[in-house]
Design a protein around this ligand. Sequence first.
Ligand code: SAM
Ligand code: SF4
Length: 323
Amino acid sequence: MKDSYGRSIDYLRISLTDKCNLRCGYCMPENGINELPHDEILTSREIVRIASIMHDMGVMKVRLTGGEPLVRRGVAGFVRELSEIPKLEIAMTTNGMRLGEFVAELKEAGLSSVNISLDTLNEDTFKRLTGADGLKSVLKGIDSAVEAGLRVKLNCVPIEGINDDEITALTGYAKEIGVPIRFIELMPIGCGIRYKGIPTDKLIARLKETYGEAKPSESKVRTESGPAVYYGFKGYRGRIGFISPMTHSFCDSCNRARLTAEGFLKLCLYHPYGLDLKTPLRSGVTDEELGRLIAEAIGNKPKAHSFGLTDMGDSRKMVQIGG
Ligand code: SAM
Ligand code: SF4
């Protein structure tokens, strides 16, 4: 499935819920959001139907996200149903709080990889940033995912005055447990504007001070690395990735679409454009017709985001999009 700029769209991020058990200051408003009523959220059958139609159109990988995907009941059941779609890779992005509880079931159901958000290794900072006393649960979740044999990556959003003194502690921890860590530039979406992120180049310069010379990895395999650029550092055994939406836009090779929990096919993280799929789904549309609507929407995928240049125009908060 190609958009009008010739980009292949083969990756769908599916938000299972807009609810979350954390309140990360850069993602979720302090007083929470107006959560969707139960009947406004797509059912597992509706989600699997969309995934299956989009798979026929070329989507090869889905990532379950949220809010927090693991606060939705029956997530392993979703994974099991999705895993019946042949050759569809199923991944998840989670805050890790409940991963320890579910990881064995998820793995058995067909989940192949998990990205776990880890912004700090300090219990007080965790509490200040997320509003919860949860670091131990997250670390336990990470351990259990590694033990279960899932492919694990850590995601960290470096923020001035919050966790910028912990960058090498975090890379050290990632090395110790043998998983890659990726640093994501803070995006000025919703509550993100209250904080100051750290640009990738500045972060690389800082890491060089500890680990010595750095070289970008040769690997350009998109499905494996997504928008992350990995670097090897002379004194660091392991991979450190950088996702730089603000300073090194990767829109030219964007391969993704997003499905929100209420069934909106969102074509770009920044722009509000997209298509409501729930109304046609619930009005008895055929698979062929749904496929045609999706293809038309993908054809209108915007060329690039304009973070920092113009107002976003989309009132959705990150917690309602899923990253
Ligand atoms: N709850 C899950 C989690 O935290 O991993 C999945 C949803 S969360 C919205 C997905 C990712 O988006 C997380 O890695 C989070 O750090 C990132 N994120 C949230 N708000 C962001 C922002 N303003 N800029 C950059 N990344 C952000
Ligand atoms: Fe934090 Fe993820 Fe919840 Fe946002 S959705 S508040 S990043 S745990």
